[in-house]
Design a protein around this ligand. Sequence first.
Ligand code: NAD
Ligand code: ZN
Length: 245
Amino acid sequence: MKNEAEKVFEALGDSGRLTVLTGAGISAESGISTFRDSGGLWDQYEIDDVATPEAYAANPSLVQDFYNMRRAHLGTVQPNAGHRALGRLEELLGDRFTLITQNVDDLHDRAGSRRLLHMHGELYKARCADCGVAVEWRTDISLDDRCESCSGSMRPHIVWFGELPFYLEREIPEACGDSAVFFSIGTSGMVYPANTLVSQVKARGGFCVEINLEKTAGPGVFDLQIEGKAGETLPLLIAELEALL
Ligand code: NAD
Ligand code: ZN
């Protein structure tokens, strides 16, 4: 991994910014099923039945149950070495570092990441469907739960398909806009608009690295592709990088 770390270090320089995008793959080794890999939770549900505003309007209790189940499961899993390596990278780079995650779990938070943008929301929050206020929420959300400010109904603080992700107006474009290095980790690149971030960085000359079990795009997109489990490859890469920084 020394060779790979040297390439990253060369692209980063003394003052370059590094932005990371993670997807479900980084949490797979913690025991949270990914979206498209077979054998997981998502095999048992149709996306259209549980992860769209239309589904919530048609069958709110099914949607609440689905997220209540995921929220309860989250309490039984732990961050893995991949999450922790990214926490360490943030310690090393400080405000040159931003982590954008598509994951709604809190495993990056628990592994120490703070410069962290949950673009698709957070399982441990509920949001008022009327006034939009989001509050910390660790237990089941019921259809009877009401907003403290306006008495609206509470829904999962999750960006469903067809809804606009968070932080797209300022924080994400800022982080990607001047990144010398971009890591895309454990994401299939199928979900818009997260899958456009790498090409934005690339178009401005940034050095783009993919870490995944398999290549999701060709060398036209990524300058470096590291195949393997994020929980195994990331700690090695970041330890080598630490030795150079
Ligand atoms: P995805 O399921 O579409 O893709 C997962 C990717 O991770 C695949 O490319 C796979 O090859 C790779 N992968 C699997 N195990 C890996 C490992 N150990 N190390 C490295 N890579 C590994 O996930 P996505 O691209 O994040 O898109 C799915 C959408 O579903 C997102 O919007 C996300 O919000 C949501 N989702 C979130 C969670 C979570 O919060 N943990 C879980 C499932 C789905
Ligand atoms: Zn409200």
